[in-house]
Design a protein around this ligand. Structure first.
Ligand SMILES: Cc1cc2nc3c(=O)[nH]c(=O)nc-3n(C[C@H](O)[C@H](O)[C@H](O)COP(=O)(O)OP(=O)(O)OC[C@H]3O[C@@H](n4cnc5c(N)ncnc54)[C@H](O)[C@@H]3O)c2cc1C
Length: 389
């Protein structure tokens, strides 16, 4: 018998989009979220067509489109000279090629848009201020007033649901940290592109900048080697950590260095990743989003994978008995996440190249027309979640 009710632990991007995906198939969902309200955690996000297609189906994209920005290009530029090395077309090209738009927005815009659609859906109940320490049946049934058919752990990289699954992935610090800050467009550095996403590449680190309409400014993320402050999503950078950042970007173009040196309120994000393991343990509990596959942001796909997970899982749950659905979900989604991770590792190699490899990279990129760069991404951006039932 296909399932009719679920408990979803966590109301991040994974939890909210999974609950909406379940409701899309007529499945009831109770979302349990530890935070008393859904706030402003995070910074900018790039949303690629594979994710925006799902948001369109869930009735969320319409709201987002009023707030996000659609870049014309995703540029790769040298962090040393600021010269553009290559450009992947986005804008209407992305919509025509991959069937859905590419956009950049604040994470809270996405979360609030998902939330407003969740709150209007009679099949979903949201329980804020409800932290789950032990996602055991009895505790969950007491909280929601019935015994759900399936428990979905969407509780992020520090998931508590994961401990219910024998052989679940372990999470470890990647050795890399992300520094995030925003800058107002007015009076901001003149080299930043007000219409496009630009990844500035350099030896052992890179920096991504793009405009955010919601703040009339730019979102900046700098990624380099670093140390972990422990189990947290973000911490404010200490002076010593800021010195480490300045050292990582020493030798970069002076304009980039002075932008980093004068950045206000830097946030420091340790990057953790999940290893291999089971996403369901043969019972009725399953993981989605970062709880299952926290990954490095080198292909800007963590939130997109969470959105795809929920849509694929809901379609499978609606069409198959629970165990068949969970088995198929795990093999489908693990293969997809592995490919995205591989692409991220390739991007890291290309972005952080130095010496002769860097020169070779620049030559190859200069020779590749935008259409050919885009065709490398067909498998990623052209994916149609929910159709592999
Ligand atoms: C620097 C950086 C840049 C990124 N850029 C991009 C990008 O451009 N595009 C992209 O697609 N992705 C990007 N990502 C990845 C993306 O932000 C994450 O993959 C995504 O937000 C994960 O969503 P989630 O819902 O799985 O987890 P989370 O957002 O962590 O949500 C988990 C939720 O569960 C709740 N929770 C946790 N524990 C409990 C508990 N015990 N009981 C109840 N509730 C609980 C939390 O309060 C939270 O609301 C980036 C990540 C980083 C670090």
């Amino acid at each position: 018998m296909p399932v009719t009710s679920a408990v979803v632990v966590g109301a991040g991007i994974a939890g909210l989009s999974t609950a909406l995906s379940l409701a899309h198939h007529g499945i009831h969902a109770d979302i349990l979220e530890q935070a008393p309200q859904l706030g402003e955690v995070g910074a900018g996000l790039q949303l690629s067509p594979n994710a925006s297609r799902v948001l369109q189906a869930l009735g969320v994209l319409q709201d987002i489109e009023a707030h996000w920005r659609r870049p014309d290009y995703i540029n790769l530029a040298s962090g040393l000279s600021l010269k553009t090395l290559a450009a992947v077309p986005a804008g209407s090209f992305a919509e025509n090629r991959w069937g859905a738009p590419y956009g950049v927005l604040h994470r809270s815009t996405l979360q609030q848009s998902l939330l407003s659609v969740v709150l209007k859906n009679p099949l979903i109940r949201l329980h804020l201020g409800t932290r789950i320490e032990d996602a055991g049946r009895k505790q969950l049934a007491e909280l929601v007033g019935h015994s759900p058919d399936v428990v979905i752990g969407a509780d992020g990289v520090w998931s508590r649901t994961r401990i219910m699954i024998p052989g679940a992935p372990e999470v470890s610090f990647s050795g890399n940290v992300a520094w995030r800050f925003t800058l107002p467009a007015k009076g901001g550095p003149g080299f930043l592109d007000p219409a496009n996403v630009t990844a500035y590449l350099g030896p052992n680190c890179h920096l991504v900048a793009y405009p955010l309409r919601e703040i009339s400014g730019y979102n900046i993320v700098a990624i380099s080697a670093g140390v972990s402050p422990g189990e947290t999503w973000s911490a404010t950078g200490t002076e010593a950590q800021k010195a480490l950042l300045a050292r990582a970007f020493a030798g970069w173009h002076p304009s980039l260095q002075s932008m980093i040196a004068s950045a206000p309120a830097l946030n420091y994000w340790p990057l953790f990743q999940a290893g291999p393991g089971q996403w369901h343990g043969g019972g009725d509990t399953v993981l989605v989003g970062d709880a299952a596959h926290a990954m490095m942001p080198f292909s800007a796909q963590g939130a997109a994978m969470a959105i795809e997970d929920g849509f694929d899982l809901a379609a499978l749950l609606a069409h198959h008995p629970l165990q068949t659905a969970l088995d198929r979900y795990q093999s489908l989604r693990q293969a997809r996440a592995a490919r995205v991770r591989q692409r991220g590792a390739f991007n890291k190699f290309v972005y952080h190249a130095r010496g002769p490899i860097r020169m070779g990279r620049d030559l190859v990129l200069a020779l590749r027309p935008p259409q050919s760069l885009a065709s490398d991404l067909d498998w990623l951006y052209g994916y149609r979640a929910g159709e592999q039932v």
